[in-house]
Design a protein around this ligand. Structure first.
Ligand code: TRP
Length: 341
């Protein structure tokens, strides 16, 4: 069976950007013929939040709830929730991969460059190494190239594409040095790779404080939408406004299922015959229509033993990882059967 591995770092609750860039596609893919591994990347969360273990631990649970609320279904045989820190084989693979990864590859990675600018403190080695660790996340479920050439599919937002490319570089570098051991991976980016923030910033992100969270209550959502950034050049409701790049309309495109209404609002906005308040009210209704069932499902799962799903999924991923790390050790001459039991 073809494999999918993807993940989210557990450093806070999930927001609409996560949904549009990732979860929406994941929910569809789980119904197809793929073995799916959805990773709760708690070690990766440490790369930016090492001083806040409590936040990470709470976020693991929060993320599982968000996964369930968004419609991922771990009771399906092919759907696995996986806790990164519970699979030591990932850390072992990461170490091996660092030996064949030139530091310059990481320094050139555009996502790393962007994130470096946002770090409040200097980068740790752990931070600089996270693309390599992400390669280990993905390649731990690589098929043995002797059995199958199928790449691991990685459905992600567009900011993750450099990490997928570097995973293939790491796999090739390992294979060139030690013989063909790992397969490759392939990014699947949805139509809506990234969602702008409420403030018009290019990305919705917790650190920029410009998010609507999947678990936000109705009034919170209303407040956030009513204070959204729109067209700064437009002062009066009868000024002709700009639709392109306007976050309110980007959200309408992403969440409002009534396409006719969206077209009508766009037309009137450009003509100067509709005010920002009405456009935002309509957006609020559309987003509420989307969030309500998610909120309801979340409440149904709250208080239930949801971590059992993580235990089951982690076990399944680890079985595959153990086989792959064994193969890597053998390739590297690190197999000492009389010593390692
Ligand atoms: N880097 C991803 C994020 O920021 C999380 C992640 C960790 C991931 N490991 C992965 C994504 C493996 C895809 C594949 O959310």
């Amino acid at each position: 069976m073809k494999r999918i591995l993807t993940g989210i770092r557990t450093s806070g609750p999930l927001h609409l950007g996560h949904y549009i860039g990732a979860l929406k596609t994941w929910v569809d893919l789980q119904h197809k013929d793929y073995e799916c591994f959805f990773l709760l990347a708690d070690i990766q969360a440490l790369t930016t939040h090492a001083d806040n273990p409590k936040l990470i631990q709470e976020s693991v649970k929060d993320t599982v709830l968000d996964f369930l609320a968004a419609g991922l279904d771990p009771t399906k045989d092919n759907v696995n929730f996986v806790l990164q820190s519970a699979i030591p084989e990932i850390s072992e693979l990461t170490t091996y991969f660092t030996m064949v990864t030139p530091f310059a590859w990481v320094q050139k990675n555009p996502t790393i460059k962007e994130e470096l600018k946002q770090l409040s403190k200097g980068a740790t080695l752990g931070f600089m190494n996270y693309p390599v660790s992400q390669a280990a996340d993905i390649l731990m479920v690589s098929h043995d190239p002797k059995d199958s050439e199928e790449p691991v599919l990685v459905p992600v937002g567009d900011d993750q594409v450099p990490h997928i490319e570097s995973t293939n570089h790491v796999s090739r570098a390992f294979n060139n040095t030690y013989g063909k051991t790992f397969g490759e991976c392939k990014a699947l980016v949805g139509d809506f790779g990234r969602l702008v923030g409420l403030d018009g910033n290019s990305k919705m992100s917790k650190s920029l404080n410009n998010c609507i969270y999947l678990k936000d209550e109705k009034e919170e959502v209303r407040k956030k939408i009513m204070s959204m950034y729109t067209d700064p050049k437009r002062i009066h409701p009868d000024d002709p406004g700009t639709v392109e790049g306007n976050p309110v309309f980007i959200y309408h495109d992403a969440f409002n299922e009534d396409k006719k209404e969206v077209e009508d609002l766009k037309k009137r906005y450009k003509e100067g015959t509709v005010g920002d308040v009405e456009v935002k009210e309509k957006l609020f209704d559309a987003i509420e229509k989307f969030l309500e069932p998610i909120r309801k499902r979340r409440k149904e799962f709250e208080g239930k033993d949801i971590m059992k799903y993580v235990a089951d999924g982690t076990r399944k991923a680890q079985e595959i990882a153990i086989g792959n790390v064994d193969r890597a050790r053998k390739a590297m001459g690190l197999d000492y059967p009389t010593i390692r039991q």
